[in-house]
Design a binder for this molecule. Structure first.
Ligand code: UDP
Length: 329
């Protein structure tokens, strides 16, 4: 049966891949984005599709969608540390007010809602690898607090709507994900290194590079979301690739992959940058029968191909996206 699916953050990296996935399934996609960090280019190819509709809207304000809805996937949010610094209030609002609006919509439409939570709910984790039972170690007032606490509130309000109103909910805790359509200048490590290699700049490793991350290719991640949505499990599930690597070793991998002649340079570690991160995906394996299939070398090759396909003009734009027109003085 064809479903009607609302996807928020639809013009973003994950949102746009979700749009593609549901269109491929033959469902009807209602895409929503305020385009602060999203890019319409990511979904332009779907505009001609009869099962696709786009609303330019900020979900922190009341959300109105005509007709029935089966699923709501709330993927709208700035998602890189540079974004949180530039637009902290919007980051807080989309995770809190935005989630409240979408839960209200889910209740009114009797729709299932999946929210995009994050490994950031674990903060700088003292438990390794991170299981869903770990409550986290978050600095509420640090620069990342606006994202982390909005996402923690998001999980709380989602469970409250489930318990109090009986809304059918799913909570995906997303770990570092990469692939085509990542924003080149969002400051995240993969676009940063790829952009630097392609522009012939040195690769900037923050701190001594001993901090770890575990990167999941977008196709695997989307499959995890899809399986979680279709499951009957209402509690948080980690969706990520447990293959962990230090950022310094990762920079070396990128040098090899891209063939750049540049070197690694060290820059200060940002405040509250987590020292280690690796998902425990036992739950996803057991409940969803899901685990990532694409190796980092394969995924990185595909991702490099994407960045290489950008025009030299896009590559040279090392300036971060200008948010000033969205900020009320
Ligand atoms: N990082 C780095 N150089 C860069 C950008 C990021 O060494 O040019 C590091 C960053 O300090 C962090 C890791 O790479 O330890 C992953 O950063 P990202 O912003 O991609 O994601 P997050 O910190 O949210 O996991």
């Amino acid at each position: 049966m064809k479903k009607r699916v609302l996807i928020t953050g639809a013009a973003g990296f994950l949102g746009s891949h979700l749009c593609d996935r549901f269109i491929k399934e033959g469902d009807f996609v209602i895409a929503m984005d305020n385009l602060i960090t999203g890019d319409i280019k990511n979904i332009e190819h779907l505009f001609k599709h009869k099962n696709f509709e786009f609303y330019h809207h900020d979900v922190s304000k009341f959300v109105n969608v005509p007709g029935e809805l089966d699923y709501i996937l709330h993927f709208a949010s700035p998602a890189s540390p540079i974004d949180y610094l530039k637009i902290p209030i919007q980051t807080l609002k989309v995770g809190s007010l935005g989630t409240h609006n979408l839960l209200g919509l889910a209740k009114a439409k009797n729709a299932r809602i999946m929210i995009a939570s994050t490994s950031e709910v674990y903060g700088d984790p003292l438990v390794h690898p991170q299981t869903e039972e770990y409550y986290g170690n978050v600095n509420t007032i640090g620069p990342r607090g606006v994202y982390d606490e909005a996402k923690r509130f998001q999980e709380s309000i989602t469970m409250a709507y489930h318990r109090f109103h009986g809304v059918d909910v799913r909570i995906a805790r997303i770990f570092n994900t990469y692939g085509p359509r990542m924003r080149l200048n969002d400051g995240r490590v993969i676009p940063a290194f790829m952009g630097q290699a392609l522009r012939g700049e040195d690769l900037t490793v923050f701190g001594d590079g001993s901090q770890t991350r575990s990167f999941c290719y977008v196709e695997d991640e989307i499959e995890g979301f899809y399986k979680l949505l279709k499951s009957s499990y209402v509690y948080p599930v980690n969706i990520g690739n447990p293959n962990e690597i230090s950022i310094l070793d990762f920079a070396k991998e990128i040098i090899k992959l891209t063939g750049t002649k540049q070197k690694i340079i060290f820059k200060p570690l940002p405040t509250d940058d987590p020292l280690q991160r690796q998902p425990d995906i036992t739950k996803a394996k057991e409940i969803l029968n899901w685990e990532p299939k694409i190796s980092r070398s394969e995924g990185m090759k595909k991702t490099f191909k994407y960045f290489k396909s950008l025009t030299s003009k896009e590559l040279m734009k090392s300036e971060h996206k200008d948010f000033s027109k969205h900020i009320r003085k």
